[in-house]
Design a protein around this ligand. Structure first.
Ligand code: C5P
Length: 224
């Protein structure tokens, strides 16, 4: 592979987009940015400051903090990955000013991925999120939109949370997921949407290996 490539992977929560993006990053030597973690870091900062994720001024000041202090450690903080933070994230990231503050950060990362200890040179970058193919990287080399039925996603998320020791059940997770999907799809700024030229990967009936192989086939075809 010679030219620097950019791959976007969008989709709703628990669709499997993070798993596939990580595996593709390893296979093709791509820098991986989980943009959900970026917005989660904003929400965590708001909550740590005892501020309100529904208040645009609080959300903006935390977005500026995250932009100015961003590091790999911040994005990999395991405290970001729980449903309390997820709920606050989908509230605080709907403000246009918040998304604008983090837009350039994401584009820079896509085009000029930062050094990561232990990593040799990158062949490209892969970003996952909700609006990567539509807004952040509209010229991405390849765009994937990974999805699955709400019920399948809620089952996956319930198992994942229970494995981590969280006390929860399918009904609660399903309702949270429906609420969060609605907020992500119906917000006026950068809603969750497949780009017109996105390849749709429905993971409802496929194993992670099958999804990965399918995505690899598309990439090889596109690059040949
Ligand atoms: O992907 P993840 O579940 O970690 O994202 C958490 C929340 O962050 C989403 O529900 C969505 O509200 C928001 N998000 C977003 N745009 C992105 C990535 C995530 O609005 N590019």
């Amino acid at each position: 592979m010679s030219a620097f490539i950019i791959i976007s992977v969008d989709g709703p929560s628990a669709s499997g987009k993070g798993t596939i993006a990580r595996r593709l990053a390893n296979r093709f030597h791509l820098s991986y940015l989980d943009t959900g973690a970026l917005y989660r870091a904003v929400a965590k900062h708001i909550l740590d400051q005892k501020k309100n994720p529904d208040n645009p001024e609080d959300a903006v000041s935390s977005a500026i903090y995250v932009r100015d202090h961003l590091s790999w450690e911040m994005l990999e903080d395991q405290a970001l990955f729980n449903d309390v933070i997820a709920d606050a994230t989908s509230r605080s990231c709907r403000f246009a000013a918040v998304r604008e503050i983090l837009k350039e950060t994401q584009r820079q990362h896509a085009q000029h991925p930062p050094y990561k200890p232990g990593q040799r040179t990158w062949s490209g970058s892969i970003l996952d999120g909700r609006d990567i193919g539509t807004i952040i990287c509209p010229d991405a080399t390849i765009k994937f939109f990974v999805t699955a039925s709400t019920e399948v996603r809620a089952k996956r998320r319930t198992l994942e949370l229970q494995k981590k020791g969280w006390e929860t059940n399918y009904e609660t997770v399903l309702q949270d997921m429906i609420d969060r999907d609605n907020r992500d799809k119906n917000r006026s700024v950068a809603p969750l949407l497949p780009a017109d030229d996105a390849i749709i990967l429905d993971t409802s009936e496929l194993s992670p290996d099958e999804v990965f192989e399918k995505a690899c086939q598309f990439i090889h075809k596109e690059l040949s």
